[in-house]
Design a protein around this ligand. Structure first.
Ligand SMILES: Cc1ncc(COP(=O)(O)O)c(C=O)c1O
Length: 442
């Protein structure tokens, strides 16, 4: 398939490489084809060469209302016009309003704190859990991603040589995603399969565990859903063993539903972390949870007090974006979620039919506006299952072919597709028509 012109993207990458290791500031974005995007509006993005794409990557998912949502941008502009930017001393009316909105929406949220990223929120979730329980152990999921800090930075998609065969019940080695993590970290981090309660129980019996942290749906390897009773089982195991349950809703939060996936699955964690869709693309994170845990941020007991600090926490520009985003998501009784569900269903049903017509073995997984086409028979149960049964080579070819036809999916196998409220039925239909053409060629 002929490639779109990329000379300007390539030149930018070369230039930036001279001063930035890898040529870009988040190396999770280092993929082929290397494209430098320069503009975004609604469902569309443009690259440095002027190529236009319908966007299903959404910058790793925050843009639930679409790029440069006019109401969100207007709120930011109003904040600038009011000169209500960072004073950095004491509280502000806006941070209180945003935390109220999150507390009203999210079942576990008696109290809320704000950070600048999802990683900071998960960092605080571990510290709170450790202070609350007086224990150090943490259970994490193979195939999950919870940010870049020491305890959770582990390979999301490790190869078979790294994990060895499936371990159940039991745990995997830590598999750090980065150099520079002290060896001692590994002793407190216990990696188990998703959807495998026996392994969680095994770890609970062997180690002193402060918390289980899990994306309620594994959305960094597509859409790997919890099997029936799994999240409830995690809740029961945590309760039985005196550990906290943390849902990492950085991806599912506000995207699955206003109340996050916890409001859909009916299991309430002790703590939940948010980011991404909260401010429709402005940099924010949040941690929410039960008062008895969250109040450790301000307990008079200095030995148990958990530090939360950050020059830019609650920055009024970002907070204004988040308030405007949530108000828009809440409007008309959450009508936008019905629209997103309809668009998601149209995509799912359309893709299913296309794959069936083309004789391609595929499973289309979806939760609301988040979807993923797996080239395997039936849904994956966990990372092992996916690695063994999914056709990674075909997935890579499929994504690259779509990109060259102006449909942008992140060019890495199993990465989530994200539909926004700015997408239209016509956008979905065009995507399906292009997909039909490329399937015929592949
Ligand atoms: C589930 C999950 N948790 C945490 C993070 C980290 O968030 P951030 O990149 O804002 O630090 C991510 C980022 O992709 C994520 O998907």
């Amino acid at each position: 398939m002929t490639a779109l012109p990329r000379a300007a993207s390539q030149a930018l990458l070369e230039r930036n490489r001279a001063v930035i290791p890898g040529g870009m500031v988040s190396l999770n974005r280092k993929v082929e084809p290397a494209i430098a995007f320069v503009k975004a509006r609604g469902a569309r993005v443009w690259d440095a060469d002027g190529n236009e794409y319908l966007d299903y990557h959404a910058g790793f998912a925050p843009y639930l209302l679409g790029h440069n949502d006019p109401d969100v941008n207007a709120a930011v502009q109003r904040t600038l016009a009011d000169e209500a930017t960072l004073m950095g001393s004491g509280t502000t009316p806006w941070e209180g309003r945003l935390c109220e909105l999150i507390a009203e929406a999210v079942p576990c949220a008696d109290k809320v704190q704000l950070t600048c990223s999802g990683s900071e929120a998960t960092y605080h979730a571990l510290r709170l859990s450790r202070s609350f329980t007086g224990r150090d152990g943490v259970v994490v999921m193979l195939g999950g991603y919870n940010g870049w800090h020491d305890a959770v930075a582990r390979a999301v998609m490790p190869p078979a040589e790294a994990t060895g065969p499936r371990v159940s019940p039991g745990e995997y080695p830590f598999l750090p995603l980065s150099a520079g993590i002290p060896d001692a970290t590994a002793k407190d981090v216990h990696t188990v399969n998703f959807n495998d309660l026996e392994s969680v129980e095994y770890v609970f019996k062997k180690h002193k565990i402060a918390c289980v942290i899990a994306e309620p749906i594994l959305q960094n390897i597509g859409i790997v859903k919890p099997r029936d009773g799994y999240l409830k089982g995690l809740r029961e195991l945590c309760d039985r063993h005196g550990a906290l349950l943390v849902f990492d809703e950085v991806k599912t939060g506000f995207r699955s539903a206003l109340g996050g996936y916890q409001s859909i699955c009916g299991v309430t964690p002790d703590l939940a972390t948010f980011g991404k869709a909260v401010a429709n693309g402005y940099p924010i994170g949040a941690i929410a949870g039960k008062s008895e845990v969250m109040d450790l941020f301000d307990t008079p007991d200095a030995k148990r007090r958990v530090l939360i600090a950050g020059t830019y926490n609650g920055h009024p520009l970002v907070v204004a974006a988040a308030i405007a985003t949530i108000e828009k998501l809440r409007a008309d009784g959450g009508a936008v979620y019905e629209r997103l569900e309809n668009l998601g269903r149209r995509m799912e049903e359309g893709l299913r039919k296309l794959f069936a017509d083309a004789g391609v073995t595929a499973h289309v997984a979806r939760q609301g506006s988040a979807f993923c086409a797996y080239f395997m028979d039936g849904p994956p149960r966990d990372w092992h299952d996916l690695r063994e049964r999914h056709d990674f080579a075909f997935d890579t070819k499929y994504r690259r072919a779509l990109i060259e036809r102006g449909i942008y999916h992140f060019p890495m196998p199993t990465k989530q597709g994200s539909i926004s409220a700015a997408h239209t039925e016509a956008n979905i239909d065009r995507t399906l028509a292009v997909t039909r053409e490329i399937l015929a060629k592949l």
